[in-house]
Design a protein. Structure first.
Length: 425
């Protein structure tokens, strides 16, 4: 492979002129051309024209190996043939109506069979909506409205997550340090009588895959029940870690579980599952909680999701985990070869890397000490044909292969060479 040694930004601008023009056009009518603040990278994001398998192709014809998986959702890659075929067929028969559809029951049955604590499940259109439904169920069950979450955690865009990481509690929520049993439990006890729910992630996506100390989740659940609050585990990211998610791997038994991303097969999706007594509060004939949404449970998301879940067998989960292990080792040896200090974290099929020592806990995007380097490296990766998340993290997918993993490692090494040769640094 040719090693690129010009400034990453100069190369990027030279190779993506149509994307630059599209961004300029978009900004006249949109505040964020991609509609998602997190998808912006300076000087402008590329505009993707099509995506197949593990590849993204932009409007200038540049091809990237996708390492971002649309924020960990595209676990079978893009345009996965079984999903394309089934959804195309469903689309011709209609995309949404206000009545039952068969694929919804198919997806629900699979999730109930796989995720240990889930006795019943309900779908909507995003992890954000899953949060909103879970909170409403907890309000209905407890008669309270406040909740507690990890500082800097992310449960969707209903609440600005940066408020938490700035230590600013919102009008209806409290924060406590993720994964640290004693202060977290103390916060639950301190606010106990006010709390409808405690929301916590299996692994902290926003904290660069930080993991809780052993015993944390059991202690959180016990403290919740002691104060009459409901324990909600957010598995929107972590469900990919085993057939039954993070909870199956670690023997956690939440009252409710939030889901999203991989259970939609690339279509808009959110889900809340859990104990039947709580879920049945949404039953329209007997319950007190409204579950609604014009496109909730639509047959396109349900069809795609049922195939995505069906095809994510434990063997495939193990395979993409092994690829991530190999990529993590490749990142370390590529950095070692050019004497660049690098630290990594891997959880299953996801890998994060750091240019300064992250220590054991949460590392938050906006405040990380290697932020400038991460941003420059993002461009260095793009000009070397890799499409990462903007936070120095990647996920493998079943659309990859052994040889593609080799190519990823080689291109990662090239991206470090570009970074080190950057004359603007
Ligand atoms: C842990 C977690 N919860 C909730 C959400 C919100 O999901 P969505 O973006 O589908 O609204 C996300 C999204 O990244 C997430 O990572």
């Amino acid at each position: 492979m040719m090693r690129n040694t010009a400034s990453p930004e100069a190369t990027y601008r030279a190779t993506t002129p149509r994307s630059a023009a599209f961004e300029a056009r978009g900004l006249a009518s949109l505040p964020i051309t991609s509609s998602r603040g997190i998808s912006f990278n300076p000087p402008y994001p590329v505009t993707i024209e099509r995506a197949t398998g593990p590849h993204l192709i932009d409007i200038d014809g540049n091809r990237y190996i996708d390492l971002g998986s649309n924020f960990f959702s595209m676990i079978h890659g893009y345009a996965y043939a079984p999903i394309v075929d089934a959804v195309t067929e469903q689309l011709a028969r209609g995309s949404a109506w206000s009545a039952n559809n068969a694929p919804q029951v198919d997806l629900a049955e699979q999730i109930v069979a796989r995720v240990p604590s889930v006795e019943k499940v309900l779908f909507n259109n995003s992890g954000t909506e899953a949060f909103s439904l879970a909170l409403n169920i907890c309000r209905g069950a407890t008669g309270r409205y406040k909740f507690l979450m990890a500082a800097g955690g992310y449960h969707g865009s209903m609440f600005d997550p940066s408020l938490g990481s700035k230590g600013l509690p919102g009008p209806s929520h409290y924060v406590a340090p993720y994964g640290e049993t004693a202060p977290f439990v103390a916060a639950i006890r301190a606010h106990g009588p006010e709390l409808a729910a405690v929301f916590v992630e299996g692994i902290m996506g926003s904290g660069a895959f930080a993991q809780a100390e052993p015993g944390f989740f059991d202690a959180v659940k016990k403290a919740c029940h002691d104060v009459g609050a409901i324990f909600v585990l957010d598995e929107v990211i972590s469900l990919r870690l085993s057939e039954g998610g993070y909870q199956k791997l670690h023997g956690i038994d939440p009252d409710l579980t939030m889901m999203g991303k991989i259970i939609g097969g690339g279509f808009p999706i959110g889900g809340v599952g859990g104990k039947a007594a709580l879920m049945d509060l949404t039953n329209p004939t007997s319950g007190s909680v409204l579950a609604s949404g014009t496109f909730s449970g639509n047959p396109l998301s349900m069809t795609a999701g049922a195939i995505s879940v069906r095809d994510l067998t434990q063997a495939r989960i193990d395979e993409i985990g092994a690829w991530a292990t190999r990529i993590e080792a490749g990142i370390k040896s590529a950095a070692g070869a050019v004497n660049l200090p690098i630290w990594t974290r891997r959880v299953g099929s996801m890998v994060a890397w750091f240019f300064t020592d992250p220590g054991p806990g949460c590392v938050f995007g906006a405040t990380r000490t290697d932020l400038a380097m991460v941003k420059r490296h993002q461009l260095a990766m793009l000009v070397n044909g890799l499409f990462p998340t903007p936070r120095a993290a990647l996920a493998t997918s079943t659309a990859m292969s052994d040889s593609l993993v080799d190519e990823i490692i080689d291109r990662f090494a090239a991206s470090l060479a570009t970074l080190l040769a950057d004359p603007s640094a």
